[in-house]
Design a protein around this ligand. Sequence first.
Ligand code: GDP
Ligand code: IMO
Ligand code: MG
Length: 421
Amino acid sequence: MQKLDVVLGLQWGDEGKGKIVDVLTPEYDVVARFQGGPNAGHSIYFGDKSFVLHTVPSGIFRPNTYNIIGNGVVVDPIILMKEIHDLEQMGVDVKSKLYISKRAHLILPTHRLLDVASEKAKGDKKVGTTGKGIGPTYTDKIARVGLRMGDLLLPDFKERYDALTNEHLARMGKDTAVDHEEWLNAVKELVEKFKDNFVESEIVVNKWLQEDKRILAEGAQGSLLDIDFGSYPFVTSSNTLCAGACTGLGVAPSHIGKVYGIFKAYCTRVGSGPFPTELNDETGEQLRRLGHEFGATTGRPRRCGWLDLVALKHTITLNAANSLIMMKSDVLDGFDTIKVCVGYQTKDGKTLDYFPMYVEEMDITPVYKEFPGWKTDTTSCRSYDELPKELRDYIEFIEKETGVSIDIVSVGPNRDNTIVR
Ligand code: GDP
Ligand code: IMO
Ligand code: MG
C-alpha cells in the first residue's frame, strides 16, 4: 500500500505551501486539503499568471491530478464557487478534477458574523482572525450541531439551515442583517454542478492508496497556529500538524510517508499573539517590503522577524518532519547581516531551548547567532552549487541544528525559482 505524503507549514502560516504543492504535484496523482478553510490563501505563480487558492487544493493547475477537499476542511460555498468560476475563467477544468468530502462542514453566513462579533467583543484581546467564520464553524462541529456538505443533498436541508441560523441569530440579536440569499444561491449552484463530485473521501483516499496512487496532503495555516500546540488562544481552530492529515482525511498514522516541513528563511505572523523574534524596526519593515509580506486572504501587513530556530525545532519534532523546504531566502539577498534565534533568554536570566506553553512566559529576549549576508541576487540560481557560500553556510547551520536535511530551496515565487537538491 502506498503511503500518504504531507506538506505543512512549520511557522505561523504563509510559508509558501501553495507554491511548493504546485511544484511537487507532477509527482503525485492526488492532492488533498485536510484542515482549515478559506482562512488559507495559497499563492501560485507560473509564467506571467498568478492565483490565490483558498479552498481548492494547490494541485488544481496541473493536468492529470485529482484534488480532494477532505472531511477536516470547512467550506464556505460562496468562496468555493467564486474560486471555481475564477479557475474556469483561466481554462482549468475543475469539474473533472475536484472531489469534495460529504463530511466537510459548511461555513454559514451567520458563522462569519459570529466570528466578527466575537472578535469585536474581545477588543484589544482579539485573536486577529481572518473573519471567515472558521472558529464558529469548528465550534458547531465539535458541539455536534454543524451542517455538512452531504446534508446539502437531504430534502430537509433548508429546515436544518433555518434552525441553526436562528440559533446563531438568537445569540447575536434577531435583527442582525444576514444575506441568506447569496449563500443559498451559491449552494444551489454548487449542488447542481458538483453533486456527483461529493464523495466519502475517506473511502476514496484509502482505495487510492491501496491502488498505489501517490497522494500529497496539503496543510493550511502553520504548526504554530495549531489549536493544541500553538500559542493558545492566538491560534486557529484546527489541528494544523501532521496528525491533522490523519483525522482530516481518514488515513491511519501508519500510512503517513514523507513529511515535508516548509519554513521561510525568516519569520512572519498575521494577527495577534507572541512572536519572539518580531522586528518593529527598519529591518522588519525591509523584510515586509522585500518579501511582499501582506496577507493573501485579508491583505493585512504581516509582522516580520528573524528565523526562530527554537520554534522551528519544536514544530519539526511535533510533525516528525523528515524533509525540510526553505522558502524566500532571496528576500535576504541584500542584507549585510542575517540573524537566527538559537535560544530564549527569560527575565530572570534563564535560557529556554523550548517553546513555552504560557503566553506570559514568552516575555523573553531572543539569543541570536549572526551570519554575514551574501549580498548577491540568487533568484536565477538553479542548483545548490550556484548559491553563494554564505547562503550555503546558513542552510547547513540550520540542517545541523535541526538534524533534518533541507531538500528544496525556493529563491522566488515562480515555479522555476526552485532548487531541488
Ligand atoms: P501559503 O499560504 O503558505 O501558500 O503562502 P502565501 O501564498 O500566503 O504566501 C507566500 C508568498 O510568498 C506568496 O506571495 C508567494 O508567491 C511568495 N513566495 C513563495 N515562495 C517564494 C520565494 O521563494 N521567494 C519569494 N520572493 N516569494 C515567494
Ligand atoms: P495559510 O494557509 C497565516 C491566522 C489569523 C489569526 C489566526 C486565527 O495561507 O498559511 P482564523 O481565521 O483561522 O480563525 O484566524 O490564524 N491565520 C493565518 N495566518 N496564514 C494562514 O493561512 C492563516 N489562517 C489563519 O491571522 O491570527
Ligand atoms: Mg497564505
